[in-house]
Ligand binder design. Structure first.
Ligand SMILES: Nc1nc2c(ncn2[C@@H]2O[C@H](COP(=O)(O)OP(=O)(O)OP(=O)(O)O)[C@@H](O)[C@H]2O)c(=O)[nH]1
Ligand SMILES: [Mg+2]
Length: 418
């Protein structure tokens, strides 16, 4: 479902309560403009309002509604996008007053996701998110129209049956999608547990949308996944092998980016995707060092890290786009360990790889293994599990020195000397 199709001229409305700093409302609005452009719409005007309290019937004040109506006439806008969640009633009232389509920020993000979804899984997740968003709006709009008609609790009419039918239809479909997504999650969990069994350390790239996660994946692993100067270029997770200096093979996963006020419906629907990151050994938090909104973007990601309960995970703070960032930005960064890189020029990537290798080494212990002559052929298997630091060949057998994670130690316990 794409609600912005054939609507190319958009007018954006920034709103906030009087208590919010105006600078923030403006910043949010410019991000909304970017989101709207990502839906292939042209921005033909923008307007902001700060209010002492939200207006329950139209969100914004009635004077502002009139002003917007004027602007629509002058600019021929076909679509109004409001930078705040609208209830079903508010959306309907605004549409009636303005006589053009009215959408909110959540719906725009959901539309972008709908446009970008490529895989079976991605499409299912987006459909589920859209339904989760639609259901309460539907009920709300219907309740609103009921109270306008003078009806109330206890009044049943044909409208209610229609609503009940719609709701049941959506709920049935949601049930089917959830079941399919459960299947996807089980599949992924199986892949991950096979990786775990083979003790492959894993890293997950997380961060604000457009910070350069996919570009970094490509540079780190020699891949060619899509990286683009647009929000939410990536929806589906991709996992690739990475070779680190002096380290065992590891994998890096690239996933969907975050944004301020990420719709909760998306978080719920993208559980399978987010699980890829929650299962990783180390998170690489990628920050766009060149963005004027860097600090707020970091805050948003930090908040989501808390919400997803990833705070006890190991995190490397990767400040990307150092090639185009003003130098003074480097003094505003936070979090350790940190590294400044450019996925574009390759600057700092060796240092990042070194840090990643160090994290893996930290999980490992020094061990000595002894292979009697007859079992020396097993050393070949050992080289696939870990790097052999030193090898001493004797007449009876060979001693190998290596570093191993606890699980690997368990697997090789029969040959362990120390
Ligand atoms: N100058 C510069 N541009 C970069 C760098 N890294 C990425 N970019 C650009 O930033 C834009 C976004 O890069 P992506 O790798 O798609 O970003 P992402 O974090 O994967 O974005 P989403 O998948 O949309 O969340 C692209 O136009 C990249 O070419 C960098 O180090 N320097
Ligand atoms: Mg990406």
């Amino acid at each position: 479902m794409n609600r912005t199709k054939n609507l190319d001229r958009a007018l954006v409305v920034g709103v906030g309560l009087k208590s919010e700093p105006i600078k923030e409302i403006k910043e949010n609005l410019s991000e909304l403009e970017e989101l709207v452009r990502a839906c292939d719409c042209e921005i033909v005007g923008s307007v902001t309002q700060t209010l002492p309290a939200w207006n329950p019937s139209t969100l914004i004040g009635s004077g502002k509604v009139e002003e917007i109506k004027q602007m629509i006439n002058e600019s021929q806008a076909q679509l109004i996008v409001v930078d705040h969640q609208l209830t079903g009633v508010q959306a309907r009232n605004l549409e009636q007053a303005l006589e053009v389509k009215v959408l909110d920020r959540n719906q725009i993000i959901l539309d972008i996701f709908a446009d970008r979804a490529q895989t079976f899984e991605g499409k299912l997740q987006v459909e589920l998110a859209q339904m989760l968003d639609q259901l309460p709006r539907m009920v709300d709009a219907w309740m609103g129209s009921l109270s306008r008609q003078g009806g109330g609790i206890g009044t049943r009419g044909p409208g209610e049956t229609a609503l009940e039918n719609d709701r049941r239809r959506i709920k049935d479909r949601m049930g089917i999608i959830r079941k399919k997504l459960d299947g996807v999650m089980k599949n992924r969990a199986q892949y991950r547990s096979s990786r775990k069994r083979h003790e492959i350390p894993s890293f997950a790239l997380i961060g604000y949308t457009n910070s350069g996660k996919s570009s970094l994946l490509n540079k780190l692993t020699g891949s060619q996944v899509l990286s683009k100067n647009q929000v939410f270029a990536t929806l589906d997770p991709t996992t690739r092998k990475v070779f680190l200096p002096d380290g065992p093979p590891a994998v890096v996963t690239d996933t969907v980016g975050f944004i301020r006020k990420l719709p909760t419906q998306l978080i719920e629907a993208f559980k399978a995707t987010l699980e890829e990151s929650s299962e990783a050994d180390v998170l690489l938090h990628v920050v766009d060092l060149s963005s004027p909104n860097m600090e707020r973007q970091i805050e948003v990601v930090d908040q989501l890290i808390e919400e997803f309960k990833w705070t006890n995970k190991k995190i490397i703070h990767v400040y990307n786009k150092v090639d185009v960032a003003p130098l003074e930005r480097q003094f505003k960064v936070k979090g350790y360990p940190r590294v400044f890189v450019s996925a574009m020029t390759g600057q700092g990537l060796d240092q990042l790889k070194k840090m990643m290798a160090d994290f893996i080494l930290e999980m490992q212990k020094d061990v000595q293994l002894y292979f009697p002559k007859l079992e020396e052929y097993k050393i070949y298997d050992l080289t696939r599990d870990t790097r052999i630091v030193k090898r001493e060949e004797g007449s009876e057998g060979t001693v190998c020195y290596a570093q191993m994670t606890p699980q690997l130690i368990n697997r090789w316990k029969d040959y362990l000397v120390k």
